[in-house]
Ligand binder design. Structure first.
Ligand SMILES: Cc1cc2nc3c(=O)[nH]c(=O)nc-3n(C[C@H](O)[C@H](O)[C@H](O)COP(=O)(O)OP(=O)(O)OC[C@H]3O[C@@H](n4cnc5c(N)ncnc54)[C@H](O)[C@@H]3O)c2cc1C
Length: 437
């Protein structure tokens, strides 16, 4: 690897000041995690004229933006991020356009169809559901202080509103309503949502030329010296600073040790955030065995039958595929059950909507088990009630050499690919300032 003058100087500084650091710095900056945040940070740091190495535990880049092709390329689906949220200000809208990726701008946008006990819901049932959602959105729009959970905010409401609140938090946040802060929910950005055919592939392709060391998990960061020493099973890397973008669930699990421990303010911020369990299960369908009705691009919500809160995305972009989306504790149980149990549950769900005639059409399936994934530990960060400031506190640099970044620190852009990208760029700007660029 070629060292820049800056990296040699950073290495020399570390050598002079720390007996623990015996080798020159390997790069100006080590970025931990090659998801949207880490990749965006690394690209910006490199543009700023500094050397950077990205460490990634998996054997691929993209993190929770991942287009799964295991059911065949004609049945690819986004196991993680899929919608370009608040597209008006999201950089991925333009990137998708420039890369000529299919989006819902050129395909028919999905429109939810409500199915109750196997048949299309009546107009009265749909109206009742809409009223529930309307009531919940008015309660969650600029909610009253002090901060409380979504469940507490709807506690005095009717059944339709409480059911809507549960559906909303499980299916948009992947979490139960009693664990979601209304103030944090309110600060999330809103806007147009664009549906991308291969968001994960788009992210990976966009950043394909960055220096990433795959299959190299960081296990410990020693920040006692003026720089950082990052331990991996393949050796220790030294740099002036580290950008840490692993999900907060991974940090909470203690799989990345810090010496000394992270400061109390950072630990407290981490304690204010938990990981939700938004989960998807892809089912490959045999087009020849599908029921006669046109199900292309349909999004089907089921109500009336007890069990998993879930919706089905049917034949997205016309592909012979159904994707079950679910969240909350029911989704956690499916991840813990593993692929076999989850596929059986997803197939049963499909049958409960379309009847048993559809069962033979399911030929294979894939569980995206983010909740039990050791490098994600959940789908995305959820602020606990009373912890609105946690995301901002996470962005405070630690001793000017550890910069936490990612969706969890993305404020109004939290829980999204776009937010992670912008926050990676924000962390890179902090790093460049620290390095004197
Ligand atoms: C099911 C699901 C649906 C979603 N839907 C949407 C959506 O429609 N739209 C949207 O915008 N967002 C969506 N998201 C959220 C979005 O995918 C994430 O917010 C975003 O991708 C997070 O990016 P990140 O860089 O912060 O973290 P990550 O993408 O998780 O990147 C962190 C990286 O760190 C790596 N890592 C972990 N531990 C270590 C270690 N010790 N050493 C080195 N590397 C390590 C991980 O492997 C990972 O690659 C969804 C997520 C899920 C799970």
């Amino acid at each position: 690897m070629t060292l820049s003058r800056r990296s040699l100087m950073a290495g020399a500084a570390i050598l002079a000041a720390s007996g623990r650091a015996r080798a020159a710095a390997d790069a100006d900056v080590v970025v931990i995690g090659a998801g949207a945040a880490g990749l965006a940070a690394a690209a910006a740091i490199r543009r700023g004229g500094h050397s950077v190495v990205v460490l990634e535990a998996r054997d691929r880049i993209g993190g929770r933006a991942f287009t799964d092709t295991s059911l065949g390329t004609g049945r690819s689906f986004d196991a993680g991020g899929q919608y370009v949220h608040w597209a008006e200000r999201n950089p991925w809208r333009e990137i998708a356009r420039a890369a000529r990726v299919r989006t819902s701008d050129d395909a028919t946008s999905p429109w939810p169809v409500l199915v109750k006990d196997g048949v299309r819901a009546s107009e009265a049932e749909r109206r009742q559901r809409r009223a529930g959602f309307g009531r919940v959105s008015s309660l969650l729009d600029h909610p009253a202080a002090p901060d409380r959970s979504v469940a507490d905010a709807v506690a005095g409401e009717d059944e339709a509103a409480r059911a809507a609140a549960t559906g909303l938090t499980r299916l948009t946040l992947g979490e139960e309503p009693d664990r979601v802060s209304t103030a944090d929910y309110d600060q999330l950005w809103s806007g147009d949502d664009i549906w991308v055919d291969g968001y994960g592939a788009l992210v990976a392709g966009h950043y394909a030329d960055l220096p990433v060391r795959l299959g190299t998990p960081a296990t410990a960061i020693d920040w006692r010296g003026p720089g950082v020493a990052v331990e991996t099973p393949r050796g220790t890397l030294r740099a002036a600073c580290a950008v840490v973008t692993v999900p907060v669930g991974v940090l909470a699990a203690g799989h990345l040790r810090f010496t000394p421990d992270l400061p109390a303010a950072t630990a407290e911020a981490l304690d204010g955030l938990r990981m939700g369990a938004y989960t998807k299960i892809g089912l490959a369908l045999d087009p020849g065995r599908l029921p006669g009705q046109d199900l292309r691009d349909a999004v089907i919500l089921r109500s009336g039958t007890p069990g998993l809160t879930a919706y089905l995305e049917m034949q997205p972009f016309g592909k012979p595929l159904a994707v079950l989306h679910c969240g909350g504790d029911g989704a956690r149980a499916l991840c813990e059950a593993g692929q076999g149990g989850a596929l059986a549950a997803a197939t049963d769900h499909l049958v409960s909507v379309f009847g048993s005639g559809i069962r033979p059409a399911v030929t294979a399936g894939r569980l995206a088990a983010w909740w039990t994934d050791p490098f994600a530990r959940g789908s995305y960060s959820i602020a606990r009630p009373g912890h609105l400031s946690a995301r901002e506190a996470l962005r405070l640099p630690v001793a000017d050499r550890i910069f936490l970044a990612g969706e969890a620190a993305a404020g109004g852009g939290a829980m999204t690919v776009g937010g992670a990208t912008l926050d990676g760029e924000r962390a890179a700007a902090d790093v460049l300032k620290r390095l004197g660029s």
